[in-house]
Design a protein around this ligand. Sequence first.
Ligand SMILES: Nc1ncnc2c1ncn2[C@@H]1O[C@H](COP(=O)(O)OP(=O)(O)OP(=O)(O)O)[C@@H](O)[C@H]1O
Ligand SMILES: [K+]
Ligand SMILES: [Mg+2]
Length: 676
Amino acid sequence: MKNETFNTKAPLLRNALKESMIKLNPAVMIRNPVMFVVEIGLLITLILVIAPDVFGGTTSRGFNLAVALILLSTLLFANFSEALAEGRGRAQADALKKTKQDLLARKISSSGAIQQVHSSELRKGDIVIVSQGEWIPGDGEVIEGLASVDESAITGESAPVIKESGGDFSSVTGGTRVVSDQIKIMMTADPGESFLDRMILLVEGAKRQKTPNEIALNTVLTSLTLVFLMVVITIPWIASYVDIRLEVPILIALLVCLIPTTIGGLLSAIGIAGMDRVTQFNVIATSGKAVEASGDIQTVILDKTGTITYGNRMASEWIPVGDSDEQSLARWAGICSFMDDTPEGRSVLALLDTQGIALDMTAYKEAEWIPFSAETAMSGVQLADGRSIRKGSVQSIKRWVLSQGGLVPQDLELKAEKVARAGGTPLAVAVDQTIYGLIHLKDTVKPGMRERFEQMRRLGIKTIMCTGDNPVTAATIALEAGVDDFIAECRPEDKILVIRKEQSEGKLVAMTGDGTNDAPALAQADVGIAMNSGTVAAKEAANMIDLDSDPSKLIEVIAIGKQLLMTRGALTTFSIANDIAKYFAIIPAMFMIAIPELELLNVMRLGSPQTAILSALIFNAVIIPLLIPLATKGVAYKPMSSSRLLQRNLIIYGLGGVVVPFIGIKLIDEIISLWI
Ligand SMILES: Nc1ncnc2c1ncn2[C@@H]1O[C@H](COP(=O)(O)OP(=O)(O)OP(=O)(O)O)[C@@H](O)[C@H]1O
Ligand SMILES: [K+]
Ligand SMILES: [Mg+2]
C-alpha cells in the first residue's frame, strides 16, 4: 500500500471541510460530550445575538456575535481534525479497492472438468487452477504445486514470493498474480469476506470502535466537564450575594475555556492516526485496541523457524549412527519423505536428487502415509509389508523406537548434539526397532535480529523464543539471535501456557508466528502478529497481519503503539494545564466588568476585560488546528523507559501547557486591541 496517490492533498482537505459541517449535527456531536457542551453554549450565545437582553444582560450584540463565531470555529476545528484523519484512511481504502476487480477464474468442478467463472461466484471450498500470468481470484490455500506470486498489489514489495502446498507458505491472497508455474488453490473465503475486503473495511474506519482506553479517557473528560459546569453555574449565584452581576456570554466563554476542549477535539483523530501509521507501515491491525496494547507490551514471544530464522530448513547431510551406513540412511529418509509435503520433507528428496540417488517407489504403492504433526514431531509411512518408518525430532524417535523394544545407538546423542550446536535441526530416521541416523536440517538466523532484540531490551521488553525444536538447537539459535529466554520442545499448547503465565503476572504479551500450530497462541496473545506469508489459520487468529512478513517489525509496531499512548497523554496534559492561563485571563476580566475598580486583578496586563475574554476564547479555538499535526504525526518518540518518558512529557507538555497560553493570549490580545 505504498501508494503515492495519497499525497493528493486538495480533495482531502475539501472533503474534510465539508465533513466538519456535517458533523455539527447534534445527534453526531453528543458522542463527544465535551464538544456537545460547546455546541449548547453556541446555541445560547446565538439567542443572545438576536436578543441581547433575554437574560437581562448588558453585553453588546457585537460581543455576543464574536463569542458565537469563536465557539462555532472551535467546533469546526475539532470536527476538521477528526474528518481529516478519517479521510486519510478512506484514501487508502480507495487505493486498495482499485486492486480488487472481478476476475475470471478456472474452477475445477467435482467431475474434474474446468469451467470459467467470475471470481464473485466462487465459494469457500471451490478449487481453481491458476497459471503463469493469471490473477489469483480470491483468498485460498495452495493444495497442489508451487509457484512464484507477485503480491506487490497488497504488500508494495516487488520481489515475487514462493507459494507452495503444505507447510507454512501455502496461503494466497486474492488480487495477487502468479508470475511463474501453476498452482491449484482451494478457496478459503466467500466473496465479500476476503482479506482484501476486510482490509478495506478496516482502513475505511467503517468498523472503528472506541478502544477501552479511549472510553476511559472520555469518561474522565466528561466528568471534568460536569465539574466545571457546576462551578460555572454556581459562580453567578455566589457573586449575587455580593451584588455582582455576571454576564451569560462571559460565563459561557469561561466554561468553554475551562473544559478540556483541546483533547476533546483531538482525541479521535489521535486514535485514527495511530491505526493509520500502522497501516502505512504495511501492518494491518484489525482493531485500534491491538495498536494501543502494543504500546504497553512487556513480553514478546517468537517462534524460531521462519520468524527468527529464514525457515527454509534444508536437508544438507546424512549422518549414519550405529552400524548403519550413509546409503541406507539416505534411502529410508527418502522413502519416508516421499509424501511429506512440508518444506523439510521436500528438502530430503531434493538432497537425494542432487546426490543422484534415485528411488523406486513403485513397491510402496500400498503404503499408508503418516503426515507430520507438530504434536508428535514425527512423520513417516507404514509399508504394506508391515514395516514402519519414521523421521522426526531425536527425542520423539528415541521414544518411538524404545516403545517397540528397540535400542538407541550409543553415538546418536553425540552426533545429534553436534548438529544442534551448529544451530541445525537433527532429524532422526528409524525403521521399526532400528535408528539409522540423522538428517542435518540447516537454517540461518535472519540478519539484524540481535540489534532488534537489543532495542527491545532497552524498552524494557523481554523476548522469549518458543520452538518445537530440541533444547541444544534452541539454545544455539537463542544465543546467536540474542533473545532473553527460550523454551524448547514446545508443543502448540505449550505456547499458550507460556503466554498465559506471562499474562497472569499482569503483563501484556505480543506473539508473532506464521504456522497453523501458532494460531491458538496468536489468538491468546494481547497482540498477535501473523506473517502474511503464513497460513490462513494464523492470519485468522491474529489481530495484526504484517504484509512484509518481517517479524522484526514488531518493534516498530510497539513504537507506534507507545507513541499513540504518549500523544494522547501529552495532549491531555497540555489541554488541562492550559486552563490555568485561561483562568487568569478570564476570571479577573469577568469581575473587572462588574467592578471596574478591580484593575489590579489584571495580572496579564490585557487590553480590556472584553479583549481578555475574547483572546482566551480565540486561543482555546486555534490551539486545536495548531495541534492537528502533532496529534496525527504523534509526539517525538525515543526509546527509553516508561517512567523517564512520563517525566519528560510532564515537563514538556505540562509546563508548556501552562506557559504557551499566557504568551498566546497576550499576543492575541495585542492584536485584537488594535481593532476594539
Ligand atoms: N516434516 C517433518 N517430519 C518429521 N519431523 C519434522 C518435520 N518437520 C519438523 N520436524 C520435527 O518436529 C519438530 C517440531 O516442529 P514444529 O514445526 O512444531 O517446530 P519448529 O518448526 O521446530 O519450531 P518453531 O516452533 O520455531 O517453528 C522440529 O523441530 C523437527 O525436529
Ligand atoms: K478548553
Ligand atoms: Mg514451525
